[in-house]
Design a protein around this ligand. Sequence first.
Ligand code: CO8
Length: 261
Amino acid sequence: ETSYENLLVEQHGAVTLVRLNRPQALNALNSAVLEELITAFAAFEADPTQRCAVLTGAGEKAFAAGADIKEMAQKPAADFYAEDTFSRWTSHFAKAVRKPWIAAVNGFALGGGCELAMMADFIIASDTARFGQPEIKLGIAPGMGGSQRLARAVGKAKAMEMCLTGRMMGAQEAEQSGLVARVVPLANLLDEALKTAAEIAAMSPLAAIANKEMVQAAFETTLDQGLLIERRIFQVLTATQDRLEGMAAFIEKRPAVWQGK
Ligand code: CO8
């Protein structure tokens, strides 16, 4: 077991639960949090017993209230450019995780916190969740995908309004707008997210990765290319033991036993 300064990581059967744990800073995302998230998700990715992950915020108030403003307030512009600040969120985190994971948003998801939640395969939100890209109020703009992922999730009108005014969106509006898959009472959030993750974890791991990969392709490419990617991945899955098992189990009216082969 790796121990983390800014995260709490537990295994619940085949589900890895990761909690952002800087409640005194509303779980603001500094560079130490990023490096620990990269490590924790790489461990999840590498562990064949782990099939789905849930990311949430410790404490009742925030998922994450943004990138750490105090860490960046005095940072010279040349350092942002030289370090290609925030690029590792894409290259070493979002793109590096092939297994499915869910963001369980338990409160404020603002700025980088909203952007992190949108990196998940889907979001389950508590009724207390609030989403926003308030960067404009700091004289800046999103830098971890907010302008792109929010626009894809909720469309131009709401994405523009939220980025330009910095207003927050509540859980109900977020569900109606397509930003979140489901809203549940805060008291049930962790149970619901873990239950949903366990359901995914019980599927063939190859099929889970394949389903994720093809839905992701919908956001990266044209319809024609996407349909081709879908068919090719579908065809690859037909070569697995798991699809023989899945179809046999259906016909024999019994639960399937997946091997991940
Ligand atoms: N970074 C660092 N610390 C934070 C952050 C943050 N994003 N958010 C909250 N905190 C800290 C507060 O400073 C406070 O610390 P302290 O007790 O030491 O003063 C503690 O968390 C509790 O916060 P509040 O007292 O403010 O709690 P409230 O309940 O009064 O308010 C809010 C809650 C509304 C969520 C409020 O904290 C807030 O507005 N936070 C900032 C939200 C925000 O603007 N997020 C976007 C950040 S920008 C970003 O994500 C991308 C780029 C950043 C680059 C910056 C370059 C200059």
